[in-house]
Design a protein around this ligand. Structure first.
Ligand code: HEC
Length: 174
């Protein structure tokens, strides 16, 4: 038994030394210009999904989404999200294109999440990805309006998005 315990301790010690050597040698490639390997993609992707699912369970029920909320959400989206995520008829900016992981097209990605999970992601952000936490600067009501808008994204055409922008920029709506 004692030999077994010593064996386990030695193995753990060796793993710690090997891990530290890997980190300190600079072997890990932090370059955003090169994609993650398959293992890191699985690890980060699965950790993100499981973390959001677990934590969003504590988010209260969504409010009823009104047309005003959708329009308010559109303003926030247009100002804060299009650079990274693009939008209907809108290309990702140079910033969005250089990020790793690449910010997904939300018109497709929203289908993978419930409104409460979307609320959680937008409010808290995602560590080590570039997805900011908007809860630092926005109230819960504002975050819900963004959810109300992005839930509609799959149905919004480039033309509709352009018209919404025009409406927003009319002097009486500023
Ligand atoms: C600085 C760039 C950046 C900005 C600005 C940004 N995001 Fe993101 N977002 C990301 C990245 C990168 C990811 C990918 C995270 C990952 O792979 O885990 C992401 C992921 C997401 C996801 C999860 C989608 C999925 O299936 O992985 C949602 C929802 C989202 N963002 C919504 C928003 C909204 C809404 C805004 C504006 C209020 C916004 N983001 C602004 C970079 C950004």
């Amino acid at each position: 038994m004692a030999r077994f315990i010593i064996g386990v301790i030695c193995t753990l010690g060796l793993l710690a030394v090997a891990g530290s050597a890997y980190v300190y040698s600079g072997a890990f490639d932090v370059a955003a210009s090169r994609p993650h390997g398959a293992f890191a993609r699985w690890l980060l992707g699965t950790a993100m999904k499981r973390s959001v699912v677990a934590r969003a369970a504590g988010v209260p029920e969504p409010p009823h989404f009104t047309a005003e909320m959708v329009m308010a959400g559109f303003r926030h989206y247009d100002e804060m999200c299009t650079d990274c995520h693009g939008g209907p008829g809108i290309e990702q900016s140079e910033i969005g294109r250089g990020l790793n992981p690449r910010p997904p097209d939300l018109a497709r990605a929203v289908k993978d999440w419930t409104p409460r999970q979307l609320f959680w992601i937008i409010k808290h952000g995602v560590k080590m990805t570039g997805m900011p936490s908007f809860g630092v600067t926005h109230s819960d009501a504002q975050v819900w309006s963004i959810v109300a808008f992005i839930e509609r994204l799959p149905k919004i055409s480039a033309e509709q998005f352009r018209l919404m922008r025009q409406t927003m920029h009319q002097p009486e709506n500023r």
